[in-house]
Design a protein around this ligand. Structure first.
Ligand SMILES: Cc1cc2nc3c(=O)[nH]c(=O)nc-3n(C[C@H](O)[C@H](O)[C@H](O)COP(=O)(O)OP(=O)(O)OC[C@H]3O[C@@H](n4cnc5c(N)ncnc54)[C@H](O)[C@@H]3O)c2cc1C
Length: 334
């Protein structure tokens, strides 16, 4: 039996390990677009601020893959899934076949239109490469604009301020998929950020970005204010990466639609983690359960079910976006 897993995040790794536990002789292959060894995405802001080095954020789950005979193929971006032929095509021209496929590709940040007109001006904060690029650019920059609602905006603003940047945090409102921190905590942390010198512009948006000379940009807010800066960091929510499934027959809404066993409408294809829109049997509705811990749980269950487990996924609100690493947010903001 050959299990192919797309994505080396917490969902993909947990699934691979679950399969290996149940099927010692199966081929288990993780194919991921990343080149880096699996890492703890929640620690990316600490890479930006310089509080942690890249080697310190290796994902402990990922360290035993070779010993467990789980093959990891890096630099493989899935481009197309041919579900009739059980085959995935990658952007490097190679292909992989499977008996069971797990899609655990997470999401990518929502990028506002105003940024797309000036691609040189902004950085996303989603991968280890992004965090290192932001840090390197901040060495040549004085003023950084952070754009994004809720937790991710706070973390990016905190990290850049710690690095000595003048930071203007533009928060466009409430996160679309829910805020992992309560309104009360957010108010306290925002106050702390202000005390540390972060300027906050709440409930406004970025209307336009002008490139003055390839180094300095003018950000114009919806309220008409103009801010000169050398970098813009988009710390926005992540939308499931489902574009490559077009034509595959796998159904997707906002995320990949799976039933309570994390199985898609194609019987040998499963999905787990931030890319999956899971059917919640208690609420009788589909929803995305973002978060690191939730991704591990879903990945594990999907792995077991691909290997014949037949277990039902029950959503636990505590799994939603647990703050796992480092000290509590308010402490970090000090
Ligand atoms: C800055 C930041 C801070 C965060 N902080 C927290 C936190 O404190 N607590 C918390 O619970 N959550 C946090 N999160 C969210 C958490 O990281 C995610 O919920 C979690 O990583 C989801 O795991 P996943 O396995 O579903 O997807 P991901 O971790 O996104 O992994 C998906 C993998 O698939 C790969 N991939 C994508 N597309 C393809 C493709 N087409 N082909 C092959 N591979 C592909 C990606 O490169 C990646 O390796 C944070 C996220 C960010 C960006």
């Amino acid at each position: 039996m050959r299990y192919l897993i797309l994505g080396s995040g917490p969902a993909g790794i947990a699934a691979a390990k679950a399969v290996r536990n149940l099927e010692p002789d199966a081929d288990v292959v993780i194919a991921t677009e990343e080149y880096a060894a699996p890492y703890l995405r929640p620690c990316l802001p600490d890479i930006v601020s310089g509080e942690m080095e890249p080697t310190a954020i290796d994902d402990p789950q990922g360290k035993t893959l070779a010993a467990e005979k789980i093959e990891i193929r890096t630099g493989k971006r899935a481009r197309r899934v041919d579900s009739a032929k059980n085959r995935v095509a990658f952007s490097d021209g190679t292909e992989e076949t499977y008996n069971f496929l797990l899609i655990a590709v997470g999401g990518s940040p929502i990028v506002p239109l105003a940024f797309l007109r000036n691609p040189g001006a902004f950085f996303t904060l989603n991968t280890l490469g992004d965090a290192l690029r932001i840090r390197a650019h901040a060495m040549r920059s004085d003023v950084a604009v952070v754009y994004g609602p809720g937790y991710l905006g706070i973390e990016a603003a905190r990290a850049l301020r710690k690095l000595g940047q003048q930071v203007v945090w533009i928060s466009p409102g409430l996160p679309r998929f829910g805020n992992p921190i309560s309104g009360e905590a957010e108010v306290k942390i925002t106050e702390q950020l202000r005390n540390n010198g972060v300027r906050t512009l709440e409930a406004t948006d970025i209307a336009d970005v002008l490139d003055l000379n390839g180094k300095t940009y003018v950000v114009r807010t919806a309220g008409g204010e103009e801010i000169r800066c050398q970098m813009i960091v988009a710390a926005t929510e992540r939308l499931p990466s489902v574009g490559f499934l077009e034509g595959s027959g796998v159904k997707a809404g906002t995320g990949i639609l799976v039933d309570e066993y994390l199985r898609t409408n194609v019987s040998n294809i499963f999905a787990a983690g931030d890319c999956a829109e899971v059917f919640d049997i208690n609420r009788r509705e589909s929803r995305i359960n973002f978060g690191w811990r939730s991704a591990i749980k879903q990945g594990q269950l999907a792995g077991e079910n691909m290997a014949g487990g037949g277990k039902v996924y029950i959503r636990n609100t505590e799994d939603y976006f647990g703050l796992l690493y480092g000290s509590p947010l308010l402490e970090r903001a000090k």
